[in-house]
Write a protein that binds this ligand. Sequence first.
Ligand SMILES: Nc1ncnc2c1ncn2[C@@H]1O[C@H](COP(=O)(O)OP(=O)(O)O)[C@@H](O)[C@H]1O
Ligand SMILES: [Mg+2]
Length: 315
Amino acid sequence: MDTQPEQLHAACRRVVAVINGKGGVGKTSTAANVAGQAADAGHNVLLLDFDPQANLSEDFGVTQAGTGHDAGAALFDAVARGRELVPSHPQIRPRLDLCGADPNNTRALVAWLTAHLGQPGGELAVARALAPVAPRYDLVIMDVPPVLEEPRRVAMAAARFLLIPTQADISSLKGLRLVSEQFRQARNVNPELQLLGVLLTFVPEAGKAIRKDVRNDIAADFGTAEPMFQTVIRHALSPARDARGSGLLAHELEQFVPTKAEQFERLRQRAAGATVERAVSSTAVKLAADWASLTEEVLTRIAAAETLAGTGAER
Ligand SMILES: Nc1ncnc2c1ncn2[C@@H]1O[C@H](COP(=O)(O)OP(=O)(O)O)[C@@H](O)[C@H]1O
Ligand SMILES: [Mg+2]
C-alpha cells in the first residue's frame, strides 16, 4: 500500500490514457482499435474502461446482458478494495485482456474516487491498482470518460503517456486548451506523464488540407513542436457504426467487405427483385488501415520516448 510514487510510475511505464473532455471525438474507438491492432501484431495488451457507458466493452461485442453485466466490478475491487486486478474479460482477443465497465460498478468507482481523491495519495489510487499487473503487458490503454473529473485525474496520475483524440472543428480545438491545462496540473502529481500525441479524428476526405493549420494551433497549446500524429482517422460513419453494432474492430470487419464478384452477384440478385442486406462498406478497409498506421506510430513514439529516457533496454 505504501509503495513510493516513483515505483508505481516505473511499473506503469507502458500505460497510455486516452483522454478528452469532449464526448464523441473517438476516444473509445481509438482505445479499442489501437489495442486490437497492437495485440494482433503480437503485443500483450490490457484495456481498461472507466466509462459507465461501457462503449469500449461494446466495441468488443460485450453487452450489458448476461455475463457482461458486472464487468466493472474488477476495476472497482482493485481500486477501492485493494484486490488484485483481474480482467473481467481475459483474452477477449488473442493477447488482449479487457477490464470492462458497467453502469453500476463504474459509477460506484467514480463515487469512491470522489470521496478519496482529497486524501493523501488518493490521486494515485489507479496507479496502485495497476502497478502489480502493468509490467505483465507491453501496452496498457485506459479509456477515460469525458466530463467526469475524478477518473481523468486518477488516470493522468497513473499513466506515462497521454493520447488525445480530437476533431478539427473550432470548439473541439478550444476544448484542447483545457486538456493541455489539465495535463500541466497532472504533472505535479505525476512528473513522468508525457504527451504521446494529439490525434485528428473523423477527418473528411476533402478536409485533409486543414491539418497544417490545426497542427500550428495544437503546437501553441502544448508548447511542443510536433505533438500531432501524422496519421489522421478518416470520417467513415458507416463502417464505424457496423463495427460497434457487431462488436468487431475495423480490421475484423474487413473480411465482411464483399469482393468484386460478390458485389456483382448482389447487384444481379437485387435486379432480379430479391431483398439484399446492406453490405459492409469497402471504406472499412481504409479505416482499418488508418488505425493500423496510428498503432504503428503509437508504438514507435513509445519506443522513442523510452530510448530517450534510457528505459528501453530494460525490456
Ligand atoms: N471514423 C469514424 N468516422 C465517423 N464516425 C465515427 C468514426 N469512428 C467512430 N465514429 C462514431 O463516432 C461516435 C463517437 O465515437 P467514440 O469512439 O465512441 O467517441 P468517444 O469515446 O470520444 O465518445 C460513435 O458513435 C462512433 O460510431
Ligand atoms: Mg467513449
